[in-house]
Write a protein that binds this ligand. Structure first.
Ligand SMILES: [Zn+2]
Length: 268
């Protein structure tokens, strides 16, 4: 990769960082205990080895299940449609798959599918997503893809790729410099990297947030998101998934101003 190009890529990298959990203080009181629970636990993962003889048989069958589910869920054609490729590290299956439990083999499908399905929120801004190809790759290939993103993708602008890896593996990328990062995107290239966990609310924020960056949304100014500590109702009305810290209170809906911006830039 040439120096100029590398600079360009680094310059367009936007990351969502980890941080303290605000739901602990404002969640339970307003009856969103489920979110509070999810928010607190990200989970260490199992990284199963015991069921390895069936591992690859399972994962390729489960990939088809994921593909069917997502093609069904992501076909609300809009004025503007982006093609979204999904690339899953095989480590994601290992993460969710407990060697002692034979009932959880395909749990990862549900976690990945649900995270992607939340992108239909962008339908409200006139933007839709079509599922392109779905791919399972090795852990080693995933690291390579993050180190050297495919330059040929610059930028057909109607194409995005979303990579999934266990949240505990994010620190393995970029020589450990990404340790404190939950997800990130090469915004100009349309490439997104999601550190998926057992916290579904958090997963949804990550996919919505990074896709938001690729579509041109910026972080909500810090003075705006600080208000939520004084006003817990911001969870439902004021707050945005574009806060820079994933573990701050974040709702899963676009704000009116964000919707307006997206329509102006992509649809109208
Ligand atoms: Zn961000």
């Amino acid at each position: 990769m040439g120096g100029k190009l590398r600079k360009f890529v680094i310059g367009s990298l936007a990351a969502l960082t980890l941080g303290p959990c605000a739901y602990v203080t404002c969640g339970g009181f307003y009856g969103i205990y489920r979110l509070t629970h999810y928010q607190k636990q990200k989970g260490d993962g199992h990284f199963n080895r015991k069921k390895d003889t069936m591992f690859y048989n399972e994962i390729f069958y489960e990939k088809d299940v994921l593909e069917d589910r997502l093609r069904g869920a992501m076909k609300n054609n809009k004025k503007v449609d982006y093609t979204l490729d999904i690339v899953v590290s095989e480590e994601v299956k290992r993460f969710f798959d407990d060697k002692e439990d034979y009932g959880d083999n395909d749990d990862w499908v549900d976690y990945v599918a649900e995270s992607v399905e939340f992108l239909n929120e962008y339908n409200r801004a006139g933007i839709g997503f079509k599922i392109g190809k779905i791919e399972i790759i090795s852990k080693e290939k995933m690291v390579k893809e993050i180190y050297g993103p495919k330059m040929c993708l610059i930028n057909s602008s109607k194409k995005m790729v979303m990579y999934f890896t266990p949240h505990t593996r994010m620190k393995e990328f970029d020589g450990g410099r990404l340790e404190a990062i939950a997800a990130f995107a090469y915004t100009e290239l349309g490439l997104m990297y999601i550190g998926i966990s057992k916290n579904k609310h958090r997963n949804a924020i990550l996919t919505l947030h990074e896709t938001g960056h690729v579509l041109g949304l910026n972080h909500v100014p810090s003075n705006e998101y600080k208000r939520m500590f004084l006003d817990p109702f911001c969870i439902f009305y004021l707050n945005s998934f574009m806060v820079p810290n994933v573990d701050d209170c974040s709702q899963l809906k676009l704000k009116d101003s964000e919707m307006k911006q997206l329509r102006e830039e992509h649809v109208d």
